[in-house]
Design a protein around this ligand. Structure first.
Ligand code: SF4
Ligand code: SF4
Length: 297
């Protein structure tokens, strides 16, 4: 049994308490148009191409058994023809081509994680499961979480909230210490338009989560210009969260750096906002959440 992971980030101070190792799982049921980690959306193997590193030696093209490489395109790999054999990656001396994501066994991950156990213990840190949506790899995660708990490692899950309720609460929930639960767009029609699915399941799961004991829950709202950070949406979330007596939240300012990843994956996007939130926008948002506790931004 293996987990499909795009990145292992050690020594993180931003993804939960203390010093943490963050695992980015590949695959997500949502298609948020502003996704900060577009390489984690697809659950399938992908190849990234960094044109800045490419010296156009065309060795990869000569080596490809499927004739799937065409440098007249900005992204040279024809996804319909490619079998993901990895031959082109092996011959590229410039490392311009790379697999996006790697399969790990539980023991490989535990070995990597245990290197930093002393830092987790001394800082109140641990592991953060991020993505993508880690719960999409339920069976692997179930076994992995049991192993983490047997080693007394603190676990934080970052989730979009779109998962099967019964399976989650039976198999995964008992082994998690802290949940960062992302809430994006309150209106179901807008949610479907900008995130690809309705938010009905997300509301259901959040409401069940908010009434559980023995779990730390932090709702987080990404602040995306013109999509999530407009006044009405934030008002609706503030009112909703007060119903559950939630006092602490996470506010995540939009970061446009994800836009640079899109061409290297052979993808395109209709949302091309490259502006950070202005100080004026930030001040307005802070007023709207003045009754909550949140990390300053
Ligand atoms: S082998 Fe690497 S450097 Fe050469 S053309 Fe292919 S991607 Fe570019
Ligand atoms: S992974 Fe294999 S099939 Fe795909 S482009 Fe590279 S060499 Fe060709």
């Amino acid at each position: 049994m293996k987990g499909f992971i795009t990145n292992i980030k050690r020594n993180s101070l931003d993804d939960g308490p203390g010093i943490r190792t963050v695992l980015f799982f590949k695959g997500c049921p949502l298609r948020c148009v502003w996704c900060q980690n577009p390489e984690t959306q697809s659950p399938n193997q992908e190849i990234s191409y960094e044109c800045e590193k490419c010296v156009h030696c065309h060795k990869c093209q000569e080596h490809c058994p499927e004739n799937a490489i065409d440098f007249s395109e900005t992204y040279p790999i024809n996804k319909k023809l490619c079998t993901y054999c990895g031959g082109c990656i092996d011959v590229c001396k410039m490392e311009a081509l790379k697999f996006v994501g790697k399969y790990y066994t539980i023991s490989q991950l535990i070995k990597a994680i245990m290197k930093d156990k002393v830092f987790y213990d001394n800082s109140g840190g641990g592991i953060t499961l991020s993505g993508g949506e880690p719960t999409m790899q339920t069976e692997f995660l179930h076994q992995f979480l049991k192993e983490l708990k047997s080693k007394d490692i603190h676990v934080c899950l970052e989730t979009c909230g779109y998962f099967n309720t019964d399976t989650f609460f039976k198999l995964l929930f008992p082994h998690i210490d802290l949940i960062y639960f992302d809430l994006k767009i309150f209106d179901p029609t807008l949610h479907k338009r900008y995130c690809g699915v309705s938010n009905e399941v997300i509301f259901k799961n959040f409401e069940k989560m908010a009434t559980q004991e023995n779990i730390e829950l932090l709702p987080r709202i990404p602040l995306v210009p013109n999509i999530t950070s407009f006044k009405k949406n934030l008002e609706l979330w503030a009112t909703y969260l007060k119903k559950f007596n939630i006092k602490k939240i996470g506010l995540l300012p939009y970061n446009p750096l994800w836009l640079s990843k899109i061409p290297s994956l052979g993808k395109s996007t209709n949302y091309t906002n490259s502006d950070w939130l202005s100080n004026e926008q930030k001040s307005e948002i802070k007023v709207q959440f003045s009754e909550f506790e949140y990390k300053n931004f």
